[in-house]
Design a protein around this ligand. Structure first.
Ligand code: FE
Length: 219
């Protein structure tokens, strides 16, 4: 585990062992409190006139309709335009804005996977995620198991996603929060040197931008 780092500490409890390929990613016995709290906050906010029910509905509709296309657009641009890639890595928020992708008040930090460094993102506290870029997070991303294990045993978690990292590749785990969202810039697959940007987008998967898998191999 040499070279594994983690941005900042929360209290990480060990989660149960699970396989991401089946339905067991859903946290059990965890519904109730937070859902009730969210409903209460929503109802109170509407009652106090802070938001309207229509605004809440439109917000949900916007994120429900958002997929990973914007993320693929960013990554394929970075793969084909070195100057854009440089701007993306130095100021993700501004580089996303260049492509008309808003960050909704959060800062975007883009981390690059290379032959010597592999990055993976998590939100240990809840489910912070670059939603304007990738849409809603998958259920496993929000599970208690992923949130704790991605920090405690990231190599084992990656292995469950089918991603085996060589021992000499440093692994960095980035803990997202309300103000800071991460996006992984995966390695450009070999054999795509002549590919145009539009075609490269098809190789950029959601999981590769979270860091649990590489980009798709060219067929
Ligand atoms: Fe969160």
């Amino acid at each position: 585990m040499t070279g594994d780092t983690h941005d900042h500490g929360h209290d990480h409890g060990g989660g149960p062992v699970l396989t991401y390929a089946d339905d067991s990613v859903h946290d059990r016995n965890e519904t109730g409190h937070f859902e009730l709290l969210a409903d209460a906050l929503k109802e109170l906010s509407i009652e106090k006139g802070l938001v309207t029910a229509t605004e809440v509905r439109e917000y949900v509709e916007f994120f429900d309709s958002r997929g990973t296309e914007k993320g693929a657009e960013i990554i394929a641009r970075a793969w084909t335009d070195p100057a854009y890639k440089e701007r993306l890595l130095s100021n993700g928020t501004a580089a996303a804005a260049e492509l008309d992708i808003p960050m909704a008040g959060a800062e975007l930090v883009v981390v690059e996977n290379t032959g010597s460094v592999h990055n993976v993102i998590v939100c240990t506290l809840c489910s912070c995620y670059p939603r304007t870029i990738l849409g809603l997070p998958p259920d496993w991303y929000k599970s208690k198991s992923y949130r704790s294990r991605a920090v405690n045993e990231p190599r084992a978690v990656l292995k469950e996603f089918g991603t085996e990292l060589p021992g000499d590749v440093a692994l960095r785990v980035h803990d997202s929060n309300a103000d800071m969202r991460y996006l992984v810039l995966p390695k450009r697959p070999a054999g795509t040197e002549d590919w145009p940007e539009e075609r490269l987008r098809e190789l950029v998967t959601r999981d590769s931008m979270i860091g649990v898998a590489p980009a798709r191999d060219p067929a």
